[in-house]
Design a protein around this ligand. Structure first.
Ligand SMILES: [Zn+2]
Length: 468
């Protein structure tokens, strides 16, 4: 009999310590350590074992004797999911899908499980009852792509031992776990959702995936600031990390690849949430700027690249006289510090008095943009609202704004221009440093003929004079 073994875990980042610490040395958060019992009954036999007899035995192998498993991918009917996974589900891979509660992770993976009609899919839910999932599935199967669930099995269970017993009987081709925070392994004494439980449960599924070559999808919840420990500590344990994001009040969702051992991390899937499930969006720009015919002040279109996909998005700004002493700055879908920086540039380099104004900025469709080329459109939307003067129609922008008010070159400029052209824009304003071709390396604009007028500018005051 060994005595009870415990350890302290940072509930923010998962840092493990033998004693309690006031401040976490890893993430610097205070009072984040909680003691958890980590006593294992028998480390060697716990969790996943003896699934079948042809368990892989590790021995040294010459590199040229290893057959590439590139073709061993399961192609799903969901084009967006295939895209973010790098071309389908890899056999034996373990994929973490992180996202805020309630934005549709369960819906997306329930519908994908139902759509894979040719393999046995096991959907393990610790979140909802069988009836709730059945009702959700009934809403989804009005879609012809989604099957009636002949090969789709449900298990509402949280104990990993019971789950593995069922897996041994069923021998599924894909396992979906919703969610990792609800799982509990009997070999660790702490409560479900604690760091040590999440880690150990995920490790058991990882061993299962590798031993049996069965792909596993683990769904994990994160909070608004994206810092809650669970999924974060799993990132290094899994093969692929997908982040499902979007504003729950809007219809659009982005599935982003954060890590992928089997493909690029520059991939992005876009979905629209409908009452019959998530629908992949093939031409996102057309939807995101649907109201471009309205002639209102404070609206500018940015030609961005999200992942490797060009995406035209609408930036909306509202600048009003500040009523209270401290002017407000409110953003949705854009970085607040980036907005403050752009306002400071306008104040200092352009002489605009934003210091006495309330500023609201919104990226239409609830999409969150990270591409710095959005700067120029944000700045123009701010100016348009400040002047209360609508922008010329059919114009869009792609440029990063520097601290001295210069417009900086952005990458993949041809792709942006081509997307703007395709959507019927007549003009695009880009940095003059994107010209001429060759001088600026990959950011140079090829001397290619576009049917759209490409206006190049070097400074924000030039843009102001040009527009207003
Ligand atoms: Zn920490």
């Amino acid at each position: 009999m060994s005595k009870v073994k415990t350890a302290f875990f940072c509930q923010n980042c998962g840092y493990e310590s033998v004693k309690w610490l006031g401040q976490c040395p890893s993430c610097a958060r205070w009072n984040s350590f909680v003691e958890e019992i980590i006593q294992k009954q028998d480390a060697k036999t716990n969790g996943w074992k003896n699934y079948d007899t042809n368990k892989r035995i590790n021995k040294t192998v010459a590199l040229n004797e290893i057959t590439s498993s590139e073709e061993n991918r399961l192609i799903t009917p969901d084009i967006e999911l295939n895209r973010v996974l790098g071309g389908g589900i890899v056999a034996g891979s373990i994929v973490l899908i992180a996202g805020e509660p309630g934005i549709g992770k369960s819906t997306l993976f329930l519908q994908n499980g139902l759509a894979l009609k040719d393999i046995i899919v096991l959907y393990v839910s610790g979140e909802e009852s069988e009836q709730q999932i059945k009702m959700r599935a009934e809403r989804l199967n009005t879609d012809p792509l989604i099957g009636q669930g002949e090969n789709f099995y449900l298990l509402t269970e949280t104990s990993t031992q019971v789950i593995f017993q069922e897996i041994k009987k069923l021998k599924p081709g894909l396992v979906i776990v919703d969610s990792i925070q609800t799982l509990q392994t009997p070999f660790i004494d702490s409560s479900p959702g604690s760091i040590s439980q999440i880690k150990e449960s995920a490790a058991e599924f990882q061993r299962f995936a590798k031993d049996t070559n069965t792909p596993v999808f683990l769904i994990g919840h994160i909070t608004k600031d994206g810092t809650i420990a669970g999924p974060k500590i799993l990132e290094h344990m899994v093969d692929t990390v997908l982040q499902f994001e979007g504003d729950r009040h809007y219809a659009y969702r982005i599935l982003r690849t954060l890590k992928n051992r089997f493909g690029s991390t520059a991939e992005l899937g876009i979905y629209e949430m409908t009452d019959t499930g998530m629908k992949g969006v093939a031409n996102p720009s057309e939807i995101l700027i649907a109201q471009k015919e309205d002639h209102l002040s404070g609206i500018a279109i940015a030609a961005t690249i999200e992942g490797i996909r060009p995406l035209l998005i609408e930036v909306q700004a509202l600048v009003t006289q500040s009523v209270y002493g401290t002017p407000q700055r409110t953003v949705t879908g854009f970085d607040l510090r980036r907005l403050q920086l752009l306002l400071a540039v306008l104040e200092k380099r352009g002489g605009f008095h934003f210091g006495i104004k309330d500023v609201f900025l919104n990226i239409a469709g609830g999409i969150k943009v990270e591409d710095p080329s959005t700067d120029l459109a944000v700045l123009c939307a701010l100016l348009s609202s400040y002047e209360d003067s609508p922008m010329q129609q059919h114009i869009c922008f792609a440029g990063e704004v520097g601290l001295s008010g210069e417009i900086r070159a952005v990458n993949r400029i041809e792709q942006r221009i081509a997307e703007a052209e395709k959507l019927g824009f007549e003009k695009i304003i880009v940095s003059k440093y994107n010209l001429p071709a060759g001088r600026q390396g990959q950011k140079g604009l090829a001397r290619q003929k576009f049917n759209i007028e490409v206006v190049t500018m070097g400074r924000v005051d030039e843009v102001y004079k040009y527009l207003f």
